[in-house]
Ligand binder design. Structure first.
Ligand SMILES: [Zn+2]
Length: 263
């Protein structure tokens, strides 16, 4: 698949790894001194997604709403890493930026840059009644300058269970500037497919909704939560949760099966 826009400064070419044209394209780019960025990722059929024990749930970055520590959401830092803030425990409703309210229009689900999952109140009710395990809900508010905080007809979907640390056989998640707590400081190079691997024993305690022990993304924490940039855990859900989102007409999430090894 090739998307070409005459005004664009780049073109996206998507090819199967085994496609002969990929080899030829790289040869031509090399010959002509054209630079490129490579992104490798796995594709899955519906059957494969249904058969996975857990799926990484990640949302279209274009539909993110800004929320979290810098918007006034509060966190208990008593068990968190003093250096990077990993392990910060949210203690208030999720507060999102009023400037981003329009992004929620016509949607049933959204996320923050910290991978917090937000659902409209009807979808929250469906999830609550589904019998799905390991979930709790928080309110979602926005702050208006003159009118104070106003509650939105949305809920934050929270996970009650944290997975054990992932297997070192995971790929595309590379310790880079690892924090002393070893929970943050991973790089996710785009040219290596993201494959999150767990041992069979790690599944003993799983729920329908879980978060990773590792926190991903950049951090900036000097003791003031209101000025913090936290890394965040990834959301791992069962195919049952994916079905609920799909049946609600939610599109835009990527679902990536985790892998299991016997160790
Ligand atoms: Zn840390």
């Amino acid at each position: 698949m090739v998307e070409i826009n005459d005004d664009a400064i780049f073109t996206i070419v998507t090819l199967n790894e085994g496609d002969e044209r990929l080899r030829r394209l790289l040869l031509i780019l090399n010959e002509r001194g054209v630079s490129w960025l490579e992104r490798r990722y796995d594709c899955f059929t519906d059957e494969e997604l249904e058969a996975a024990p857990l799926l990484i749930m990640s949302y279209d970055v274009n539909a993110r709403v800004f929320g979290g520590p810098r918007m006034g959401t509060t966190y208990d830092m008593s068990d968190a890493c003093k250096r990077c803030g990993a392990g910060a425990r949210q203690t208030s409703a999720m507060i999102i930026d009023v400037e981003d309210l329009h992004k929620l229009e016509g949607r049933r689900a959204a996320t923050t840059p910290y991978d917090d999952v937000l659902v409209d109140e009807n979808l929250a009710a469906v999830l609550a009644e589904s019998g799905a395990t390991g979930l709790s809900f928080r309110g979602v508010f926005t702050a208006f300058e003159k009118r104070g905080h106003i509650q939105l007809p949305w809920r934050q979907l929270c996970a009650t269970h944290t997975m054990p640390p992932m297997s070192p056989r995971s790929t595309g998640i590379v310790p880079d500037d690892l924090c002393c707590c070893s929970r943050s400081g991973f790089d996710t190079p785009t040219e290596i497919p993201t494959r999150l691997v767990y041992r069979a024993a790690d599944f003993a305690e799983i729920r329908d909704i879980n978060v990773t022990w590792e926190w991903f993304g950049d951090t900036h924490y000097e003791g003031d939560v209101g000025d913090a940039l936290f890394a965040y855990p990834r959301f791992l859900v069962t195919p049952k949760v994916r079905r609920i989102f799909r049946d609600a007409g939610v599109t835009g999430f990527d679902w990536l099966p985790i892998r299991v090894v016997d160790e």
